[in-house]
Write a protein that binds this ligand. Structure first.
Ligand SMILES: NC(=O)c1ccc[n+]([C@@H]2O[C@H](COP(=O)([O-])OP(=O)(O)OC[C@H]3O[C@@H](n4cnc5c(N)ncnc54)[C@H](OP(=O)(O)O)[C@@H]3O)[C@@H](O)[C@H]2O)c1
Length: 291
């Protein structure tokens, strides 16, 4: 069994994919830019390789002997250049399959930078001749970890979502779907739209997390500009803060965004709910709260 390369293996979707591939008994190879983290994978019995999307020589080495790959890149303007370079290297290495993480609403005409950048790569991958599965997830529940400081200090989650109801997805389900697409037949040349099982408001999210960590949490709605400034203060680049504000404006206008059934169809079980997430991540919220 030839290895499956997992890029972004230390990140949110990559680590989940790695975990679910291991459960399926797949032969994996984790990719990271960091030698120490590669050594850490190896110490845990996971073969690892050090490579950078910006370094074609390292990519060629990472892809040696590989048959399939999971492709995830952090949200950045380098997505088109880096992911296309990866697809080129994969083609040279004779890869048979790539599972790519994109974004819900990916489109060349999308209002968000991320929608346009991912759409560009989706089109390139489709033209590459390599079999693909494209995963278009909705916003991750794991993004809530960014609210740990205000949960800790003020018992509050701040955002500009208003009363919008959003089918937030647990990133573990993205990993589970990716692992299925990399190890089962029937997923080639498909695009999956991945959401949680139900649309939830941020008020409901705050209540669910609060109940699990034994602390009453408030959702505090803030104006778009305050949200934008706060994101930039937390180190988000301006384009990303703008994208998120645009997304939340749209979400408030739409009101309730409907979930899709793709996670349940692929996995044969429901997607994780916000209640599941709150229960399973309570420790992480509390550890951080205690630190
Ligand atoms: N967050 C959301 O709500 C959301 C919603 C829909 C779609 N998405 C999309 O999901 C995708 C994947 O996100 P994610 O959260 O899984 O990513 P992530 O955790 O931010 O990053 C993945 C990993 O990429 C590695 N990396 C960074 N630069 C690299 C480079 N130059 N070469 C090789 N590896 C590099 C890093 O690992 P090392 O430091 O170990 O190298 C990092 O841990 C994004 O493209 C985003 O647009 C996100």
């Amino acid at each position: 069994m030839k290895p499956i390369l997992v890029t972004g293996a230390t990140g949110t979707t990559g680590s989940a994919t790695l975990q679910y591939l291991k459960v399926r008994g797949a032969n994996v190879r984790a990719m990271t830019r960091d030698k120490a983290r590669a050594a850490d994978f190896e110490a845990r019995g996971i073969p690892a390789v050090v490579a950078d999307f910006g370094d074609p020589v390292s990519l060629a080495k990472a892809l040696e002997g590989v048959e399939k790959a999971f492709l995830a890149h952090p949200p950045s303007p380098e997505i088109p250049q880096h992911e296309k370079a990866f697809i080129d290297a994969a083609k040279k290495a004779g890869l048979k399959k790539i599972v790519k993480v994109s974004v819900i609403g990916a489109s060349p005409e999308g209002a968000l930078h991320l929608a346009r950048w991912h759409a560009e790569v989706e089109a390139y991958l489709k033209r590459s001749g390599i079999a693909y599965t494209i995963l278009r997830p909705h916003s991750f529940l794991q993004n809530l970890m960014a609210s740990v400081p205000t949960i800790q200090e003020q018992g509050a989650i701040y955002s500009d979502n208003g009363d919008a109801k959003i089918p937030l997805i647990d990133a573990r389900d993205i990993g589970a779907v990716a692992a299925a697409a990399l190890t089962e037949t029937g997923h080639d040349d498909k695009v999956y739209h991945l959401t949680g099982p139900a649309a939830v408001s941020f008020q409901e999210v705050a209540k669910a997390i609060g109940r699990e960590i034994g602390k009453e949490l408030q959702y505090i709605d803030v104006p778009d500009e305050a949200a934008r400034q706060s994101m930039m203060g937390a180190g988000y680049p301006e384009w990303l803060a703008d994208d998120l504000v645009t997304l939340n404006q749209w979400g408030r206008q739409v009101g309730v965004q409907q979930p899709t059934a793709d996670v349940a169809i692929v996995l044969g079980r429901p997607a994780h709910s916000v209640l599941d997430f709150a229960r399973d991540y309570a420790g992480a919220f509390m550890e951080e709260v205690a630190s």
